[in-house]
Design a protein around this ligand. Structure first.
Ligand code: GDP
Length: 299
């Protein structure tokens, strides 16, 4: 968790600078509010959440006659936390008495999908779970190779098909192998070409349906690159149209991402950010903790 704070602290400067600006001025006047609003928008918080936040802050600061920067900061923290929504259930559906739990990972190529599958496998293995990977991105041979490399790195088997094989049949085989080998979790990587939405819809829908003939798909995790801002939201909408998303993984929060996107994407899809990617290494995946996140934004 300290790591999340450290990494985020480097990536979300705008909001912290904005806060600093807000609380370092002797008098909080109209101009200060306008400036602060601009900073919030720049931090990818989105127009509606920004307006709500500023209104809540303004009225609370007025009603309680807050003049002290530390008190203003505490109120900002509370209001930000409300926006991130600490009440959402962020646990992963990764344990089933009727094994295996099936987790499908979707997202546009390049967002960090395969890396996330590898890192998640590592987390699950560390929890003593038996894991099996399914390489249902059969469009590029390199994708299955990359997944297999992750599999050997974390010591779990990978089920793959030949290049151009039907993704659904590979996914089916992966779940079948998972049932046969009585593993705890089957993690399925999928293709993320967005050229034709209909094609993607057919493919992801079919992959899920085919797996569900054998075991319920408890999680469909959408991987989004946090550095892509609004573009990530557009992607989220497209994927949510084609398959029911149960959780979001925001990757590359260690980079130049602006953390406000968490709020927007959760609102857009109505599902929680469950995991965050904090680097390219095998241990760079963390559960999303709203309190740690908000504190990092305010560091
Ligand atoms: P995919 O095409 O969606 O499967 O994406 P990959 O898993 O191949 O990742 C694309 C690139 O993003 C690779 O260079 C990864 O190392 C990098 N990447 C993935 N997750 C993260 C992250 O959390 N932080 C950083 N900095 N890079 C990441």
């Amino acid at each position: 968790m300290a790591r999340l704070r450290r990494r985020l602290a480097g990536s979300t400067g705008a909001l912290s600078r904005g806060l600093l600006m807000l609380i370092s001025r002797d008098k909080i006047d109209e101009e200060t509010w306008d400036d602060f609003e601009a900073v919030l928008i720049q931090s990818d918080l989105g127009v509606d959440p920004t307006t709500e936040l500023v209104e809540a802050l303004r009225s609370r600061i007025r009603v309680d006659a807050i003049a002290d920067p530390a008190a203003a900061r505490a109120i900002l923290r509370q209001e930000l936390l409300k926006l991130v929504d600490p009440t959402m259930d962020r646990s992963l559906d990764d344990t089933r008495t009727d094994k295996p739990a099936v987790i499908m990972v979707v997202g546009v190529n390049g967002t960090g999908k395969t890396t996330t599958v590898g890192k998640l496998a590592r987390v699950l293995v560390a929890e003593d779970k038996d894991v099996l990977l399914g390489a249902a991105d059969t469009f590029r041979a390199a994708a299955a190779d990359q997944l297999e490399t992750w599999g050997s790195r974390v010591g779990v088997p990978t089920v793959r098909g030949s290049e151009g094989a039907d993704p659904a049949s590979v996914a089916y085989e992966a779940v079948r192998a998972g049932i046969e080998q009585e593993v705890d979790v089957v993690l399925v990587d999928t293709a993320g070409r967005l050229h034709t939405k209909t094609g993607l819809m057919d493919e992801l829908g079919k992959v899920k349906r085919v797996m569900e003939r054998q075991a319920p798909v408890g999680e469909v995790l959408l991987v989004l690159d946090a550095t892509t801002g609004q573009n990530g939201l557009v992607q989220a909408r497209i994927f949510a149209d084609v398959v029911q998303i149960t959780g979001i993984v925001l990757t590359k929060l260690d980079g130049s991402a602006r953390g406000g996107i968490v709020v927007q994407v959760q609102r857009e899809l109505g599902v929680p950010v469950k995991l965050v990617g904090l680097g390219e290494g095998v241990d760079d995946l963390a559960p999303f903790d709203p309190e740690v996140f908000v504190d990092a934004l305010l560091t």
